[in-house]
Design a binder for this molecule. Structure first.
Ligand code: ACO
Length: 310
């Protein structure tokens, strides 16, 4: 039996930090309002998506002991590609000296989970190692005169190497979904900044998280009590709290990096995963739920039986 598991992970954050106090100078807002309504305290900004993605990918390959010639595919989830055309994944492939296919995934904040599930499918088809990256330079498409969106977003990247293994592998259950009827609640037209109906995004996000978690749990034959650790998309702490009330998860079993990263869209889940691993919060044998939702609307969940030494 041939499965797959995550064997390497890494991140990249641009050095410049913008605090809520810095934003008080740019728009009519306060640190207190932003913290209370979102849970965000600061965000990193700067750099291009490809550079952040390549740095995170380099670290993940190092951790996995993966040489450039061993990578069979790069999947780059991003909402803020370097250019409209070509895709950004080939730039990352070139920066890392890889000799393989390279594909952008545009599923907004769910993109990295879509990539993780797709990597498992590619490995079933015979690939051995897939580099899955979530990377964003959202500050390039954020309107800092709009206090409804300008407070939320940040830049960064997180990457993982997914590798073939003997046995069933780590993926116990998954779910991917979308509803394009809600594309108007969060979007950016070509050359323009992100526009959002925050209240509606909040409502739909909570619904999508509950529905997607239940679908992945059903596939895995598990209940919420079986999940040791949860890594949700880092958009707003109140969205997570609302969903957890229905699902029965606790904040103690949840990794949140939102306070210091802001919403980094497709980078947010691998950034939080790296943080959980760096702090020894995930152990071999833990069942971990990775849960994304975002513009589209899209949503995606993966339940993994964590198998790498941490
Ligand atoms: N600072 C101070 N006051 C503000 C700010 C701000 N930054 N923004 C809004 N307000 C004011 C409003 O004008 C309003 O004032 P009023 O009562 O006098 O009219 C009041 O605060 C309440 O505004 P709401 O818009 O109702 O605030 P809400 O509690 O809904 O919070 C927020 C807004 C934080 C945007 C919230 O709706 C949210 O987080 N939504 C989800 C957003 C999200 O997660 N987006 C990303 C999805 S993932 C992806 O795909 C990128």
């Amino acid at each position: 039996m041939r499965g797959a598991r995550i064997t390497g992970w890494g991140i990249a954050m641009p050095p410049e930090v913008v605090t809520n106090f810095d934003l008080e100078d740019k728009m009519d807002t306060t640190d207190q309002w932003i913290r209370e309504r979102t849970g965000i305290g600061a965000r990193h900004v700067g750099g291009m998506t490809s550079d952040l993605a390549a740095e995170a990918g380099r670290q993940a390959m190092k951790k996995a002991d993966a040489t450039p010639d061993s990578i069979d595919m790069v999947l780059l989830a991003t909402t803020s590609p370097d250019q409209t055309c070509p895709g950004t994944a080939p730039t990352v492939q070139d920066e890392l000296g890889l000799d393989c296919g390279a594909l952008d995934i545009q599923a907004a904040c769910s993109g990295w989970v879509y990539g993780l599930i797709t990597a498992h499918a590619f490995i079933q088809m015979g690939m051995n190692k897939v580099l899955v990256i979530g990377a964003e330079s959202l500050s390039r498409i954020t309107d800092y005169t709009d206090r409804g969106t300008g407070i939320l977003f940040g830049d960064g990247a997180g990457a993982t190497v997914v590798e073939a293994c003997e046995g069933p592998g780590e993926l116990l259950g998954w779910d991917m979904g979308s509803d394009g009827a809600y594309s108007h609640i969060l979007y950016a037209d070509p050359g323009d900044t992100l526009k959002m109906d925050g209240k509606e995004v909040f409502r739909q996000a909570v619904k999508a998280m509950i529905r997607s978690t239940n679908a992945a749990l059903d596939m895995a034959g598990l209940t919420p009590d079986d999940i040791d650790h949860v890594i949700p998309h880092q958009a707003n702490i109140r969205i997570v709290e609302s969903a957890w009330k229905k699902l029965g998860f606790t904040l103690e079993q949840t990794t949140m990096v939102l306070e210091r990263t802001g919403n980094t869209s497709s980078a947010s889940i691998p950034l939080a995963l790296n943080d959980a691993l760096a702090h020894g919060r995930i152990k071999k044998g833990d069942k971990v739920l990775l849960l994304g939702f975002g513009a589209g609307m899209t949503w995606a969940s993966a339940i993994v039986d964590w198998q790498a030494e941490t």
